[in-house]
Design a protein around this ligand. Sequence first.
Ligand code: AP5
Ligand code: MG
Length: 217
Amino acid sequence: MNIILLGPPGAGKGTQARFLVEERDMMQLSTGDMLRAARTSGTEMGKKVAAVMDAGKLVTDEIVIGLIEEQLTTAKAPGGFIFDGFPRTLAQADALTALMQKVGKKLDTVVEMRVDDAALVERITGRYTCGTCGEGYHDTLKVPAKEGVCDNCGGTEFKRRADDNEESLKTRLMAYYKETSPLIGYYYAKGQLQSIDGLGDIDEVKAAIAGALDTVS
Ligand code: AP5
Ligand code: MG
């Protein structure tokens, strides 16, 4: 099954994608993670996008479409792909349709995660991740069982994203409403949209996504 998790920054796309990877053998394709990896490894592209990302603006369609094309043509995903943070513009959505056709796959459903803006700000400003395995945490909403130790891998180094501050978040939210939210209508018109309440706790959202995926499996 190939799905898109669609939602604003902090909606919980990355959190829920990790469950789907573990439990359904799916592969997460997060353009945000790919871009951050390019920055860390210091590639030319990584250097080019760094300032744009930190400011909360979108990087060019050309770059992210290239990243997705590379994965779709080379990666093996027995359980299918989860598109997380892609597509984010109508041009990217059209490119994804064309790419899926090219590799002989189909998009099964688009799950829109609805969360109100106040909750997004709270989620983003408290977010941090394990520096070793990438497990996501939050200062108050999801803390490790033992303080300072990752539940998943036992790591003790944690990191915060450079764009997780109130100023960048405003720009990221604006980019979502201007550039990405038209995709809700785009996929609705294609008969592929399912909307779920992303405001519940992590397990409730997980169950809502499972319910949405059951309708197409
Ligand atoms: P990207 O990495 O995609 O960031 P984003 O879309 O802003 O989304 P986030 O990763 O911030 O949120 P999320 O929905 O994954 O939430 P999470 O699960 O972590 O993109 C970053 C940048 O890269 C962009 O700004 C842009 O510059 C560039 N970029 C990427 N893709 C691009 C593209 N296609 N085109 C152009 N540019 C692109 O959860 C957040 C927090 O909330 C966590 O602390 C978590 O523990 C907590 N939480 C999650 N769910 C719940 C819940 N149900 N209840 C309580 N807390 C919860
Ligand atoms: Mg994410």
